[in-house]
Ligand binder design. Structure first.
Ligand code: SF4
Length: 322
């Protein structure tokens, strides 16, 4: 059987980030995580000191990403760290990952971003932040940088439901997320988002409906995570006393759920990540046994091919009009 070429221009059953990046850069680009020393309004007391109840920045930080080192040193360490595995990579995106990386004055942001961009191997930035930590001035500046570099703003969406956002002590509404995505996208900046599946206050139906909600937004790419309970987090406390409220996806259930989600999702949205497991020492709840990201992608992809399904198969943007 001849390969199917989907609307996203390659024959994989979902709109894969790796293919998109190859199209943009014509070579492999690696992301280097940077801890640029920012904090977050949900940690420094502006909104709260507790943080989002699931949050443990340490759990997702690679070992070379150390906030007491300069950004330049972290980039050099990151290049060394990745070089054994990705021998042919020569260009990198600086990924400002932990905490809220637009939560500072514009002068501070300029100094930190431009230190990264001054490195000869850095071709752009991926800036992880909260939707309530951007404004017109910051986005206009990023749009200027975007004329010369590849700039991505990645928002923690986590959920499309205000009740969930409240339950996880997020400190902003979904309307704030929508506004930030719109303002970012309209400036020509690549706009990404991060979503968590498995909060006990959301049903499968609620989670699948998020595909419809996100499909209607001008968002370019998405990352998904299965809910994990991390050590030393408020959610861990809640979990210890209310275990019966939590039901974790088994690996097979998650694969099946993600496929259903993708079927409903706008095929223009690029999928950057399906799931990820923190190191076992941080994970208090259910673990899939340190399964690697490539194995997760492979399993989802193979199953979609065997089911003859694909991203957007059940996406009908004009269904209200039918
Ligand atoms: S998840 Fe992000 S916004 Fe929430 S507490 Fe952690 S760093 Fe702050």
């Amino acid at each position: 059987m001849a390969d199917i070429l989907y609307t996203w221009g390659h024959n994989r059953p979902f709109n894969a980030y790796s293919n998109y990046m190859r199209k943009v850069f014509s070579e492999r680009i690696q992301k280097l995580s940077i801890d640029a020393g920012f904090t977050c309004p949900n940690r420094d007391g502006k909104l709260s000191k507790q943080g989002c109840t699931f949050c443990s920045n340490d759990a997702f930080n690679p070992s070379y990403c150390r906030r007491y080192e300069s950004i330049t040193v972290q980039i050099e360490e990151g290049i060394k760290f990745h070089s054994w595995r990705y021998k042919n990579v020569d260009k990198y995106l600086a990924y400002f990952q932990p905490y809220s990386n637009t939560y500072a004055s514009l002068d501070v942001l300029k100094a930190r971003y431009e230190e990264a961009l001054a490195h000869p191997k850095i071709v752009g930035l991926v800036i992880g932040t909260r939707p309530d930590c951007v404004d017109d001035e910051k986005l206009d500046y990023l749009a200027e940088l975007n004329e010369k570099y590849h700039i991505v703003v990645e928002y923690g969406i986590e959920s499309c439901y205000d009740a969930t956002l409240k339950w996880i002590n997020r400190g902003h509404t979904f309307a704030k997320t929508v506004k930030a995505i719109e303002e970012t996208h309209k400036r020509g900046l690549e706009t990404g988002g991060h979503l968590i599946f498995g909060f006990p206050c959301e049903s499968r139906k609620d989670m699948l409906a998020e595909a419809d909600i996100l499909s209607s937004l001008p968002i370019d790419n998405l990352k998904f995570h299965q809910l994990q309970i991390l050590d030393n987090t408020p959610m861990n406390e809640d979990y210890l006393y209310n275990k019966e409220n939590y039901k974790f996806f088994s690996f097979d259930e998650y694969v099946e759920f993600i496929i259903s989600f993708l079927e409903r999702l706008n095929p223009d949205i690029i999928i950057e990540r399906f799931a990820s497991e923190v190191p076992p020492r941080y994970n208090i709840g259910q673990s899939w046994g340190s399964i690697r990201n490539e194995q997760i992608v492979q399993k989802i992809e193979q199953k979609m091919i065997s089911m003859k399904t694909y991203q957007g198969r059940l996406y009908f943007p004009d269904k209200e009009k039918l």
